[in-house]
Unconditional design. Sequence first.
Length: 373
Amino acid sequence: MHFDFSKILIILALLLVVGVPFLFRPASAVPDENALSLVIITPHNEQIRTEFERGFDRWYRKRFGGHGVVIDWRTPGGTSEIRKQLYAEYQAAIDNGPIEPRSMSYDLLFGGGSYEHGKMKTVFKPKGSGDDNGEARSTTISQAVDFSQAQLDEWYGKNEIGRNTLYDPEHHWFGTALSAFGLVFNRDVLREIGVADPVTWDDLTNPKLRGWVALADPGQSGSICTTFDVILQRAGWVEGWRILRESAANSRYFSNSSSKVPIDVSLGEAAAGMCIDFYGRYQAQTIKDAGGGDRVGYADPPKMSDIDPDPISLLVGAPHPELAKRFIEFCLSVEGQSLWQYPASGKSKGGRGGSGDELGPEEFELRRMPVRR
């Protein structure tokens, strides 16, 4: 009998390539079949999802014991796209009868602006129903959570940040971080076309930037929708629309994802664009860490930006409502808030909590403003 040793070697090499990652992965990466599960729909990027899943698992094990928690993340797109999806699912559900406890797909909506989370309080009624029947079966997408006022005061202090609130007065959503809105830009590209670093929104209307401005579709991105609203609020209706029109005239595209803008700017595909603050700062740090220097910058336009909470909402019919409430508590704990701003790799210990616990993210520095006072 003749053996083809070359084929055997190929098979062994394939098994080795497939098996090595499983052999050397850390124990924490091995799935726990007995772990609790939480389903979260979110526009957040992979770095935020990774750090909050790790952090919540550590926090939950320490306080409640057991086998920890795994999170089933659902990421269909930006916040505006998520809202459309939830509208469709909840409308279909209410058309077929009352929404029962634990009967829907998701536990929490995590991330997005206060405007989008405010829309989660919209009342739905069955299509074509009379007022009485519709009122009896009406529902919202988010539900109120019964945190005490003392707890809210400890987390937030005064429920106010500029012209906005930090949490919904009716407890349908709770801010977990603070977001600003500004300009991301590539200094190398700007230098080549003879344009100074942008400082104000009006700088995007410079005719030299024709075809060099990156914008996202406000109909698909909640952060860019808020950015456009900020420009109209701060600059005024007439001047604000002039800035938006002329910036759009300079744009090379309208992306369906706001995260594409800082990436394309860093690659030199665009010179400047609008983005949420932590997207710009994170991309600038990523380029710097990779040896790219300070070619990517981010700026909040003075007196022309705004601060908006980045909320979390518990959804009606959540399959795991008690665990979902625990996740909200974690997001507003010292451990959860430290993930937004502390250095990575467990460099910070104790901190303001004074507990001696390791605080902060393990791998990714998120560069966001915490909401807890």
